[in-house]
Write a protein that binds this ligand. Structure first.
Ligand SMILES: Cc1cc2nc3c(=O)[nH]c(=O)nc-3n(C[C@H](O)[C@H](O)[C@H](O)COP(=O)(O)O)c2cc1C
Length: 172
């Protein structure tokens, strides 16, 4: 079974849409989902009750914390990562290689490995996109071979699964 590394940040809608529009359809399509949340996304999902639904769905633990050095790795290494929704903050950190939480640690390592496909779906406001560094972050991610597909509030997220590259093929 192919492993999908599903990473989510604290964006509008994540607490309502991550399970129904991404995680569940991914499992139904045959992916084994390895879910990693930013610390803020974890807090939101625990507050909304969605965290428990995600934990019940996935046969791998939902993570947001790093393991201790002597602990086993809780997730296998995914051949494909889907980062949705990707916040302005975490997308910027990914482009800069700032791995200051577990979600960014796995994403930064994946981006540095040309054998791994990374799909990044930013969800942000006009003001956030207007930050002068934003176009440069997107250019960095695209130049590294990441597939960057912004999402908007009125667009269903499930179609993002259709565009996932096949693990084992090379990045552009
Ligand atoms: C209700 C609410 C909705 C938010 N929606 C977004 C959003 O859609 N996109 C975004 O980039 N930031 C959004 N933010 C701000 C992020 O949550 C904030 O920048 C946070 O630090 C991101 O953390 P993370 O990237 O580690 O998950 C929102 C904040 C709140 C309180």
């Amino acid at each position: 079974m192919a492993v999908l590394g599903l990473v989510a940040a604290a964006c509008f809608g994540v607490d309502r849409r991550l399970h129904d529009e991404i995680a569940l359809p991914a499992v139904e399509r045959g992916w084994q989902v390895a879910i990693t949340l930013t610390p803020t996304a974890e807090r939101w999902l625990k507050a909304s009750g969605e965290y428990d639904r995600l934990a019940e769905l996935a046969d791998l633990p939902v993570r947001s914390e790093s393991r201790l050095p002597g602990e086993p790795r809780p997730h296998p290494d995914p051949g494909t990562f889907l980062f949705v929704p990707a916040s302005a903050s975490s997308t910027a950190k990914l482009a800069l290689g700032i791995a200051d939480n577990q979600a960014l640690t796995v994403l930064c390592e994946a981006l540095g490995d040309p054998k791994v496909h990374v799909s990044v779906c930013p969800r942000l406001s006009e003001a956030q996109a207007g930050h002068p560094a934003w176009p440069g972050h997107l250019a960095t991610l695209r130049a590294a071979g990441a597939l960057v597909t912004p999402v908007s509030p009125d667009q269903p997220w499930t179609t993002l699964l259709d565009a996932l590259p096949v693990a084992g093929t090379h990045r552009p």
